[in-house]
Each structure stands twice: as structure tokens, then as C-alpha cells.
Design a protein around this ligand. Sequence first.
Ligand code: SF4
Ligand code: SF4
Length: 431
Amino acid sequence: MADLQKLATMLQELDDQMAACMKCGMCQGVCPVFAETMAEADVTRGKIALLENLAHELVVDAEGVKDKLNKCLLCGSCAANCPSGVRIMDIFLKARCIVNGYLGLSPAKKAILRGMLTRPKLFNALLDTAGKFQGLVTSKADEIVGTSCSRLMSPIIGERHFKPLAKEPLHAAVPSLDTAVGASGLKIAFYPGCAVDKFFPQVGHAAFKIFRHHGVGVFMPEGQACCGLPSLASGDMESFLRLVELNVKLFGQMPFDYLVTPCGSCTAAFKEVWPKFAAEMPSAIRHAAMTLADKAIDINAFIVDKLGVEVPTEAPKGGTPLTYHDPCHLDKSLHVTAQPRALLRSNPNYEFREMSEHNRCCGCGGSFNLYHYDVSKKIGERKRENIVASGAKVVATGCPACMLQISDMLSQAGDGIAVKHAIEIYAETLG
Ligand code: SF4
Ligand code: SF4
């Protein structure tokens, strides 16, 4: 009980932020998880009520509150639509760290977050090896989407159609870069992110083509570490701070104008999440971390807003039908919505068609997909229905996590619709 009082006291630091919630319930209408489960504990209002009760010892089941807290995509739909401006993502991430810090991580999470993610060389070596042998236990599922499925009954993979690990991940094809500034006059640091590196290296190659074409100098140091978002989502402050330190040291080696990433979640992690946890960072790295956060920019926004690429105002007609899914982190956190659409319009070989509910979450949510696949799949199926109804033959997006989820949905249904990153469509126009 004494320990529970300690947990309660720690949670009380969120009291002021939680008190801003007037329990209006407006978050219910926009929460993709609530839409499937109709459970009050699955929506923000219910989660805040549970946290308040735990903070004031009105409930004592910390494990139960942790499970409810983790049943969330961290999509930000509730925060974007809250009339009281409750800082929901701050509350959720900080509460996860407090509650998980109190209860401790599972051995599996500890091994992944602290044993692997914080050791980029080991992480790469393990996945490179897994990539070489994955064919023994998987078979091809869909040629158009490029997915595989498990040959064996696997409780982890289940019915999923997944993107196999790339035969040649980006870090193997291009271990590091340091190219001169060209016509653009800009030097950037490039952060591909784990999913582009390991599943979608073609997105990294498309980025290099774009940088070369526009005369952008590129600094890409070897040994980049995860952005830390999976650590915070799992409530592990220790591995988060280690990852911040690794990236700060790596990117502190060179001056550059922007930190450019093709992953909406990584960009949001640097730009939005790191500053929320600045007070937790050791003073020796805090300033450098905030400088990195300040320089972080999504690659679509960099190409359109900073390179000033001219794009047609009218969408071309008559090409392959194409639609776009707004990743939650790009749309609701960073408000990057016009730039990827502008890049898609620049390719005359495609005809852009807006889908219904284009900014509704795809249901991935990182580890949410692992622990709550039944709900994740239902949310993903709604996204798939909207993609199919648009008549598109290609769906583009701006986050590799969404690409993984949408690929699974389209592949399982056999829709024959390809999944691409928006910059791949733009890079095709550059010859
Ligand atoms: S919309 Fe905002 S104020 Fe209303 S219940 Fe949800 S979190 Fe609370
Ligand atoms: S972040 Fe998304 S999934 Fe989580 S409570 Fe808010 S709307 Fe629901």
C-alpha cells in the first residue's frame, strides 16, 4: 500500500492537466478504438477518469489501469478535437512512464527496448540475419503489395500479411553519406527511421534521388538509433533517454540546416515528443536535443516548403488512379497535409482521388497492432474499404508504419492496390 501511495503521488503531477478535462465526451466520436469496442475505458475520458482515481487511491488495480492506458493508438484524434484543449498526449505518455516505471517492464519489452533498440549495431545485425533466413518460415502473399505470410502456425504473426525485411536494408546499401551542398544551398541531416531502413529502403533511395536532383547536401551518419517513440509508448524512460543521447551525439558531429525524415512518426517524435520530456534529459544533452527537435522536418514539407518545388495547382487527369492516406502524426500533430498532396499532383502519370475519411487512423499504432490485432484489424478494414471505394490502384502515404498496416489489409483482401510513400511518386518524375 505504501508503494501504491508512491505511485499515486507521482500521478498527481498530472492532476492539473487532467483537471482540464470537463468530461464532455466529445472524444468518443473521433476515437477509432471506441468506435470498435464502445467501451468507456477505451476512450480518453474513461482513461483520464481511471488515472485520476488511481492518483487519489480510489482504485488500487494499477495493472488494470495500465492495460486500459495501453489500449490506445496514440493517434491524437481525441487531442485534435478536444474543445478544452486537454494535453492528452502529454498525459498519456507521461502516465505510461509513471505507471510502467512503478510496475516494471515485462522481460520481453526490456530485452527489446533496452537490449536491442539502444544498441543499433546489434539491432541491425540481428534483423539482417533474420532477413536472410525469413524465407524458411514465410511464403509470398501478394505480388502487388509485396507481402508475405507465415508458413507455420505462429501466435505472434497469426493471419497477418507483412512486409518482409528488405534483402538489402538502407544501412547496408548506403552506410553513411556526407555530400557537398549544391544548387539549393542547403545541407540536411537525413534520418530514414527504422521502418524505412529495414522494410522500405526504396523510400530512402527515392529521398537520395530527390536530394541529388535539387542539389541538397546530405549528412547521414552511420549507426543511427531509434527516435525513442516506441520506448515512451511502452513507458520506458530509461531506453528513451539513452536513444536521445545516442542520436544527439551522432547528429552533433556536423552542422546542417534541417533534420529530414520520411517517417511521420519519427518527425513527430523529434519535433513534438522530445520537447515534452526535455526536463527529464540530462542538462549535458538537453540543449542539443532541443536544437535537433527544432530542426526536424517531414520530408514532404521540406521538399515543398523549403526547396520551393513548383507543383501544378490542378490535379492531372487520366493517369493511374491514386489516393492518399493522412498519417495521424503528420496530420494531427504536425499539420502536414497539403505538401504530400502537392507532390502527388506533380506526377502526370497519376490521377489523384481523395478517399472518404482520408485522415482517419489506419489502426496500426505501433505495438497496439501486436497486442490488440483484433481491434487494429477492424480499424484497418474501414481504411481499406475507403481506399477501395476511391477506385485507386495506388495508395500513397507519408509514414512507413501506415504503409505496413495498409499493406496487410489490402494484401489479405487481395485488392490489387499498391502501397507507396508520397515521395516515391514525386521521385518518379525526376527521371
Ligand atoms: S473531449 Fe476533451 S474535455 Fe471532453 S471528455 Fe474528451 S478529453 Fe475531456
Ligand atoms: S489517442 Fe486515438 S486511440 Fe487513443 S484515446 Fe485518443 S482517439 Fe482514442
